[in-house]
Each structure stands twice: as structure tokens, then as C-alpha cells.
Write a protein that binds this ligand. Sequence first.
Ligand code: ADP
Ligand code: RBF
Ligand code: MG
Length: 251
Amino acid sequence: MDKHIMKWLFITTIPLLLISLSYQLGYIHYNNNWKQIILNFVPFNPHNNKNNSISKDIDLDIMRPFDSPIPATPNAPFPISTDKYCDIVCGFGRGSSELGIPTANVEISELTTELNALDFGVYFGFAHLKTVEGKETAIVQRKDGRNVSYNYGNQLVVENGDLDVIPMVLSMGKNPFFGNEFKTVELHILHKFSNNFYGAEVKFNILGYIRPELDYTTAEALIQDINTDIEIAKKVLKTPEYSKFKEQIAN
Ligand code: ADP
Ligand code: RBF
Ligand code: MG
């Protein structure tokens, strides 16, 4: 065969083979973005610390290529905790209506600098709700002008465990799937509540990082990844090394 054709065949097929191999090995994910693909290969990415990892104890088929290994005990900078109870505010209401996964949005100006400085992404930890006493139910406007009713947590029930310290997954970022222009910090608390609790307060700690914030082509893919985040968080937070951090926010 002609030398030039051989050369060009070689130049074009090798990158294609590499891309397909990366896909097979799981380095490229159908929802992934280029930043994350590159981060997977960067040895000094702080989230790629593979020492002291308990990820091997988590079913491997639930860990995704872009997940960080989770250490056996919270590693620096975690645990990071709020320094007080923070207000739960309304967002666009899409968590429940479009994803079926409600998230309690926290007023970010009440968070510590350390907490606000964390990378955009998905984290896990514990949350502790508190009812605000002596407040009447109020109508508040969402950013898009729709009304929402704040009950300040007066429907939370001690007997249902609503006021216990509860495992949660947390998303920090601009929700690229919805194209938000500002950052939100949102907690999906792993508990079945009978009512919403807008205006209540929440104290929480962050004990580990799961993955970066990603963009998605479909809501189903985002929901599937959030469900995997939940499974990971549940498994890790059950271990004694993590569950002992419930105490940190008990009062
Ligand atoms: P928004 O955009 O206003 O935050 P969501 O659809 O995310 O709207 O719903 C959030 C509200 O749902 C929370 O503020 C809270 O009152 C309620 N809620 C009910 N169950 C949960 C839960 N398990 N975790 C977090 N919030 C919940
Ligand atoms: N939104 C995204 O656009 N990308 C994400 O990767 C993403 N991950 C999330 C992970 C968890 C555990 C939760 C609770 C939410 C996540 N969201 C993500 C946020 C979701 O878009 C948000 O909750 C809705 O927009 C409702 O506010
Ligand atoms: Mg929300």
C-alpha cells in the first residue's frame, strides 16, 4: 500500500482506538464533560486520593468512573460543619416537580467561608432540622414570581423522626442541567417527610465528596445519577467511622 495512505490510516485510527478504549474502560461517560474526563487522568487532582479508600467495600457496579474514592474516615478538609442553623429558602421548585427529588435550599450567605469555598459538586453528610417557633405561615415569592407557602417547619413531627439527625446528599453549584445563573446549596434529606418545611432551619455537616457537578442530556440520566449518589451516601454514612459524626450537629 502507498506509504502516505499507511501514514494517514495510522494517524486517524490510533486516536479513534484510544477514544473507544477509554470509553470501554469507563473513562468517558455519556454525560461527562471534558473537564472531568481530563481530571480523571490528572494524578494530582486532590479528589483522586486512592489511599485509605473504602470504595472497594461499596458495590463496584454502583461506583462510576467520575466518582472519587471515599476514604474509610472523613479526610481533610472534612468534616466541615455549618456554625449555626441556617434558613431553608425556596428555589424554582424543580427538585420535586421535575426530578421527584426535593432539595432543601440553604441561604448561602449564612454559610461559613470554608463551606462556600468548596468545589461545585455532590457531597454527603448529616442534617438536623429545627422548627422556627412563633412564626405564622407566610406567602413568599419565588425568583420566577410564583408564590410558595412557608410554614417554618411547624408540620415537622418528632415521632416521625423528622427532627433527628438524618443522612443527606448535598449538591453545590449552578445546576448546569437547568442553566442556573447563580450558585445553590441544596440538601436532599434521606427521609420521608409528610409535609414541606420551607422557612425551617437546618444545621449540617459535610463528611465527604462524591463527584463533580455534571451536565446532562436528559432528566432521567440526572435522576439516575442522583439515585446512585444516594446509594453511595447511605452505605458510607452507615459505617461507624462516619455515623459517629451525627453527634457533631446533634444540638
Ligand atoms: P425548591 O426549588 O423551592 O427548593 P424543591 O422542589 O427542591 O423546591 O422542594 C424543596 C422543599 O421540599 C424543601 O424546602 C422542603 O421543604 C421539602 N422537602 C420535602 N421532603 C424533602 C426531603 N426529603 N429533602 C429535602 N427537602 C424536602
Ligand atoms: N444538577 C445538575 O445540573 N448537575 C448535577 O450533577 C446535579 N447533581 C445533583 C446531585 C444531587 C445529590 C442532588 C440532590 C441534586 C443534583 N443536581 C444536579 C441539582 C438539581 O439540578 C437540583 O436539585 C434541581 O435543579 C432542583 O433545584
Ligand atoms: Mg430545592
